[in-house]
Design a protein around this ligand. Structure first.
Ligand code: C2O
Ligand code: CU
Length: 490
């Protein structure tokens, strides 16, 4: 029955994706991992930390001697890593040197809707845009990427994405590994297709979207990283447009998870694997012994994807990849000792919920039966209130669900408490077929009746097809009003 359902839902768009892939052990990993540069910034007279990002076209040698056309911020592929402190006022001077309009969205950031970089903050070619806001949320691994309506998949797949790291006092006090690119390592995972000559090419689309049959990390094919410290913190970002991963270690050691999308967990947790769908992040610690080598892998199974057998049979749902090889030096700097208790996370009190809303991820690419209309506000939220969002995936295939502006907590999944990797701060979740998620979130600050935030499936092809809605945050009693014409012209 489920097989019929999916045939109806996805008729005409290539139901059966690329078959099962297992490339583990197939290739030596002998390219040094590229580390995105730290973004330069300066502090203006009024104390604002100012960054500059330029979206531009370029070329990237994924394979030595073979150039592929790519896009990047301030370079040919991906973008620099922005770093800021809680409490800082930041401004990002965005310029667009592409021949097409784009946007830059700060994924996971709590900020005014007009600064959010969603589809209403288009930056035309040769134009600029300078969003500014105060960082007011815990230390976390956030990221940025374009969000032009209908074009997000292609802009991200071409290479427009980067990390935005936040620090705060509580995190600093823990003494976690924090030397960028040394023991605090960005791991931006994407899938890609390559021709036999090694030129990047657009992958085939399955139900989830474009699925490349190879992985790249920080834009590097077959990467290894030289470890010099006994304790390493990896910041995993799934920046793929469609593919979901289940990260594990090749020798079976547990994944030591310390943080999810919006910040640190209360305590680290040892997991068999950590599953990340597009847009999700995880910070993990790995303890190395001198001279050893271990491979970060992804081993996805139908069980981890929550696929019912009939769907698994038509969609594969099984793949295995080598991701990143860690090579420990013969002598390692002693690692910091990390306290058992990390931070305190105060639970929302469900008794404070002011409004409960329902979001049904139904057939096709609709939420509550409607495709995205940039001129329609779907939900109006009163500022400074707690809400319960019930997200129900009624499809036979997985989707994801991302909410702008807030970090939420997963209160329950089909009535049961969430697993540890979903128990901290989240802004994006993978929703399994025929499963219901109860989310609690507070919409503090930034009432603006005329500028909406987005919620959507973060499988970017689904988002582009319209699996997205808009909410406005308003003062009590206020009505949302859409004002068109927020495009920035030069
Ligand atoms: Cu990462 Cu609305 O997006
Ligand atoms: Cu989806």
């Amino acid at each position: 029955a489920a097989g019929g359902l999916i045939a109806v839902a996805f008729a005409g768009c290539g139901i059966v994706g690329p078959g099962p892939v297992d490339t583990t052990g197939a290739t030596p990993f002998d390219e040094p991992l590229a580390i995105p540069p730290l973004a330069e910034s300066h502090v203006a007279a009024d104390g604002t930390r100012v960054f500059a990002l330029d979206a531009r076209a370029g070329a990237t040698e994924f394979t030595a001697g073979v150039e592929s056309d790519t896009w990047g911020f301030n370079g040919g592929y991906l973008g620099p890593t922005l770093v800021a402190d809680r409490g800082e006022q930041v401004r990002i001077d965005v310029t667009n040197s592409l021949e097409t309009a784009t946007t830059v969205h700060w994924h996971g950031m709590h900020l005014p809707a007009a600064m959010d970089g969603g589809p209403h903050q288009m930056v035309e070619p040769d134009a600029s845009w300078s969003p500014a806001w105060r960082i007011d949320q815990p230390a976390a691994t956030l990221w940025y990427h374009p969000h032009p309506h209908g074009e997000t998949e292609s802009h991200v797949a071409r290479g427009l994405a980067g990390l935005f790291l936040l620090h705060d006092e509580a995190e600093r006090a823990l003494g976690l590994p924090g030397e960028y690119g040394v023991d605090d390592v960005p791991v931006i995972v994407q899938d890609a297709g390559f021709s036999r000559d090694g030129e990047r090419e657009d992958p085939q689309r399955g139900y989830a979207g474009g699925l490349g049959d190879e992985l790249i990390v920080n834009g590097t094919r077959h990467p290894y990283f030289d470890v010099t410290d006994a304790l390493v913190r990896l910041r995993l970002l799934n920046a793929s447009t469609a593919r979901t991963y289940a990260f594990t270690w090749s020798d079976g050691r547990p994944i030591e998870l310390i943080a999810t999308d919006g910040g640190l967990l209360e305590a680290s947790v040892a997991l068999d694997h950590v599953r990340l769908s597009p847009g999700e992040r995880a910070e993990v610690l790995v303890r190395m012994t001198p001279g050893e080598t271990v491979m970060l892998q992804s081993r996805m199974t139908p069980e981890i994807a929550g696929l019912v057998p009939a769907v698994a049979a038509t969609n594969g749902g099984t793949d295995a990849f080598d991701v990143l090889e860690l090579r420990a030096a013969g002598d390692l700097e002693p690692g910091a000792s990390v306290p058992a208790r990390l931070v305190e996370i105060v639970d929302f009190d469900a008794a404070d919920v002011a409004t409960t809303r329902h979001f049904e991820l139904g057939d096709g690419f609709e939420i509550n039966g409607e495709a995205m209309d940039p001129g329609r506000i779907d939900e109006t939220v009163t500022v400074n209130t707690l809400e319960r969002w019930i997200v129900e995936n009624r499809n036979a295939v997985p989707h994801s669900f991302h909410v702008h502006d807030v970090q939420f907590r997963v209160a329950s999944i089909d009535g049961a408490p969430p697993p540890p990797e979903m128990a901290g701060w989240k802004d994006t979740i993978f929703t399994e077929p025929e499963t219901t998620y109860e989310l609690l979130m507070r919409f503090d600050d930034y009432a603006d009746p005329s500028t909406p935030y987005m919620y959507h499936c973060h499988l970017l092809w689904h988002e582009d097809q319209g699996m997205m809605g808009q909410f406005a945050v308003v003062e009590p009693g206020q009505r949302a009003t859409m004002s068109e014409g927020t495009h920035h012209e030069h």
